[in-house]
Design a protein around this ligand. Sequence first.
Ligand SMILES: Nc1ncnc2c1ncn2[C@@H]1O[C@H](COP(=O)(O)OP(=O)(O)OP(=O)(O)O)[C@@H](O)[C@H]1O
Ligand SMILES: NC(=O)c1ccc[n+]([C@@H]2O[C@H](COP(=O)(O)O)[C@@H](O)[C@H]2O)c1
Length: 183
Amino acid sequence: MRGFYIGRFQPYHNGHHRMVEEIATEVDELVLGIGSAGDSHSPRNPFTAGERIMMVNKAVTDFDITTYAVPIEDLDRNSVWVSHVQSMSPAFEVAYSNNPLVIQLFKEAGVEVHQSPMFNREVLEGTEVRQRMIEDRDWESLVPDEVADVVREIDGIERLQRVTATDGAERVADGEDRDPNPC
Ligand SMILES: Nc1ncnc2c1ncn2[C@@H]1O[C@H](COP(=O)(O)OP(=O)(O)OP(=O)(O)O)[C@@H](O)[C@H]1O
Ligand SMILES: NC(=O)c1ccc[n+]([C@@H]2O[C@H](COP(=O)(O)O)[C@@H](O)[C@H]2O)c1
């Protein structure tokens, strides 16, 4: 049986990895959808689809499962998103997600959906990993070693810090961070 698991994987972390480990007990092939594939170089989505493909492909060699990483770009219309996914992916019988919108869309399209527990969600969250990267705090312990290697290879920390700094400057320019009561 073939499954499908989509995430933004910005970056692919140990929570995703634990989920793939569980999924590997249920299916023999897994499509990893690289969500929001067109997004990169922003604080929320720093890594390109190609870089995320490197991360997941190298990390999943830990498991005895055949995987296919498929980039999936976002669409403005949620109502046709599942058809879009199906048009880009090898056929699959079951989708895995903990994202309420993704679960809803697959169920409405008649696709079986399995959820998993959230693993150590206090720290195993992309937002937390990126925050630690920005602040030069330990992020390596939250991702598979192969992912840390890819982030270093692409100078990912420097990129994330730069795009985050640029964003801050834009906010100031837009007036969001300006003192509302300047003397
Ligand atoms: N710690 C975790 N345990 C189990 N599932 C997780 C965990 N973290 C994320 N997931 C699930 O993996 C899928 C992809 O998640 P996603 O790539 O958005 O990661 P995220 O950690 O939620 O990132 P971000 O904080 O950047 O939104 C979603 O279904 C999400 O619920
Ligand atoms: N209309 C759409 O394009 C649409 C709908 C639902 C999910 N998605 C994408 O699927 C992925 C879901 O992953 P997360 O669970 O990581 O949020 C994201 O990349 C999200 O943008 C896209």
